[in-house]
Design a protein. Structure first.
Length: 225
């Protein structure tokens, strides 16, 4: 089984496929927003299947639980996203939008992944992360579940609250969820943010900046209304 190649043929082809699927489904729902009621449940099942499947297969393979427990932001986004797709709950859609577009897109571009296609980890990783981003954009740009005026700040506060809880968990169980203790073994944007613990603080500030930028189109919309 070949080692993962960053922006290799399989990686680029997967990113293009996910982008095209996102555009097609977003346009399809945007033309008739009620279609989200038909699209949401199947997408939720797909999202949960990929996220839970990743955990189950890793557990069967004997991977240490500290490496596969579903506690990273993208893992939590699986459950938030499934709930948002079925209910269109406003807070769930907002968290999925900000966390997914600011964080999961980076995970798609620079994955912490050791195996290339067709390894199960490659398939499940991109299915999970790609569906998170797809669901976020379809709900916001397609179905019109737009973030409220202070949604960026609320999403950032929830992110920090979760980060504090996970930091305590990492300390108690000698884990590294959210990469709060050390950086991933592969090349990621964390490499540009300095050594520990500075990259953690810089990442938090950067998350807020990205959240506020993602809020901008909807601030303009509310001002023109």
């Amino acid at each position: 089984m070949s080692e993962f190649r960053l922006f290799g043929l399989a990686h680029v082809a997967t990113l293009v496929t996910l982008a095209l699927a996102t555009i097609v489904l977003t346009v399809w729902v945007h033309r008739e927003p009620k279609r989200i009621a038909r699209l949401g449940p199947p997408l939720a099942v797909l999202l949960l299947s990929a996220g839970i499947g990743f955990v189950v297969v890793d557990a069967i393979a004997g991977t240490p639980w500290r490496l596969f427990a579903p506690l990273h932001i993208c893992d939590i986004a699986v459950f938030i996203g499934a709930y948002a797709l079925v209910t269109r709950h406003r807070l769930a859609c907002e968290l999925l939008y900000f966390w997914g577009c600011a964080g999961t897109i980076a995970a798609l571009l620079t994955p912490d992944l050791g195996h290339d296609f067709p390894h199960y980890r490659f398939v499940l990783y991109f299915l999970q992360h790609g569906t998170i981003v797809l669901a976020a954009i379809v709900l916001v740009a397609g179905a019109g579940v737009h973030p409220r005026p202070r949604a960026a700040w609320i999403a950032w506060l929830w992110l920090n609250a979760y980060g504090v809880a996970i930091a305590l968990f990492d300390w108690a169980f000698d884990a590294n969820f959210l990469y709060l203790c050390f950086k991933p073994g592969t090349s990621t944007p964390f490499d540009w943010l300095g050594p520990w613990p500075w990259y953690v603080a810089v990442s938090d500030v950067l998350a807020l900046v990205l959240f506020l930028l993602l809020q901008v189109p909807f601030v303009r919309r509310s001002m023109s209304a």
